[in-house]
Design a binder for this molecule. Structure first.
Ligand SMILES: *[C@@H]1O[C@H](CO)[C@@H](O)[C@H](O)[C@H]1NC(C)=O
Ligand SMILES: *[C@@H]1O[C@H](CO)[C@@H](O)[C@H](O)[C@H]1NC(C)=O
Ligand SMILES: *[C@@H]1O[C@H](CO)[C@@H](O)[C@H](O)[C@H]1NC(C)=O
Ligand SMILES: *[C@@H]1O[C@H](CO)[C@@H](O)[C@H](O)[C@H]1NC(C)=O
Length: 297
């Protein structure tokens, strides 16, 4: 469950843009108030089987949490963008030239939504990877996702045994591969003892843009650069490679997450200008206020 909002996008999104602070139910531009020499931050999100904590770093990035060089994307002018927010507002980048593939099927990312200027936002506050509806449908079909009609479930499900192929998003020859253990979300166990997993994917709509949410951001460390107005991604380094199991069980999921497929990004806060008092904070950290959680009841 989210405990608050830590606004890390641009002040155009803030309800209290002149207020310094954080949370209190609003996004505030406290990040600017830190007056960091290097006005950047980076996110590592733990994968739920890893047992480690997520981490946000201010004033720099944590090189132990990613490998390779980040691939950068300039922010696009969002004047005509999502919900009429002036630019810059969200961490919005163009998805022109992006494509997707699963197994040997391949298509573009853009879709009918934002046809003239296809773009997405990077957002730790969104649990899932939000794709155009047609792309989502194609991917779910290829993955063999089925609707589980059990009255206790009533949801589109995937096998829990991490046997599915990765979802690959590509840009200009760079592949961003999301292995099955990152997009297969453990949602709980039925009273009959059956583990239920759901795809960590959602569909964009008129009111919901394409979003590179936690499903993507667990697999890729994300770089937010306010100075150069760009966002970047590099392969996240997780403490262990997650063992795939053929038994159909998912281990390492705390009881807190069992009631919901939403995996809260818990973890420490590191970096300059952050006191040790805040380091123990396990408050969920969100960039924006779009939070998607799907409860299986
Ligand atoms: C975005 O585009 C609008 C319209 O072309 C322009 O007025 C505005 O200055 C631009 N903003 C930025 C930050 O580039
Ligand atoms: C899909 O095909 C195009 C054209 O052949 C290629 O440039 C792109 O890299 C492919 N995308 C993926 C995700 O494989
Ligand atoms: C695509 O990759 C080439 C070769 O690395 C690079 O020169 C070019 O700037 C890239 N294009 C974009 C749009 O990123
Ligand atoms: C994985 O789970 C699916 C659905 O539960 C099952 O059909 C498949 O045989 C399992 N694969 C392995 C390798 O256990």
């Amino acid at each position: 469950q989210q405990q608050g909002l830590l606004g890390l996008a641009f002040s155009a999104l803030s309800s209290l843009s002149n207020t310094v602070g954080y949370y209190a139910g609003y996004e505030c531009n406290w990040f600017d108030a830190l007056k960091l020499t290097n006005p950047v931050f980076g996110f590592y999100l733990s994968n739920y089987n890893d047992g480690d904590d997520g981490e946000v770093t201010f004033g720099g990035y944590d090189a132990t949490k990613y490998s390779g060089e980040p691939v950068w994307f300039p922010l696009v002018n969002t004047t005509t963008d999502i919900h009429g927010i002036p630019s810059p507002g969200w961490w919005t980048f163009s998805t022109k030239g992006w494509s997707w593939s699963v197994s040997s099927v391949n298509g573009s990312i853009g879709g009918s939504l934002f046809e003239e200027n296809p773009r997405a936002i990077a957002d730790t506050g969104t649990s899932y990877l939000i794709l155009p509806q047609d792309v989502l449908n194609s991917i779910l079909t290829i993955l063999g996702a089925t609707f589980d009609n059990d009255p206790e479930v009533q949801a589109i499900v995937l096998p829990c045994n991490n046997t599915l192929p990765p979802i690959v998003l590509s840009f200009n020859g760079t592949d961003f591969s999301i292995p099955t253990e990152f997009y297969t979300i453990f949602a709980g166990t039925t009273t009959a003892g059956q583990n239920i997993c759901v795809p960590g994917l959602g569909a964009a709509s008129e009111s919901i843009p394409l979003i590179f949410g936690d499903t993507f951001l667990r697999a890729y460390y994300s770089f937010y650069d306010k100075k150069n107005l760009r966002v970047g991604f590099a392969q996240a380094v997780h403490p262990t490679s997650v063992a795939t199991t053929a038994t159909g069980t998912v281990t390492g999921v705390s009881s807190a997450t069992k009631s919901s497929p939403y995996i809260a990004p818990t973890g420490s806060v590191t970096g300059i200008l952050v006191s040790s008092a805040t380091k123990s904070s396990t408050a969920a950290v969100f960039i924006l206020y779009l939070v998607f959680s799907v409860l299986l009841n």
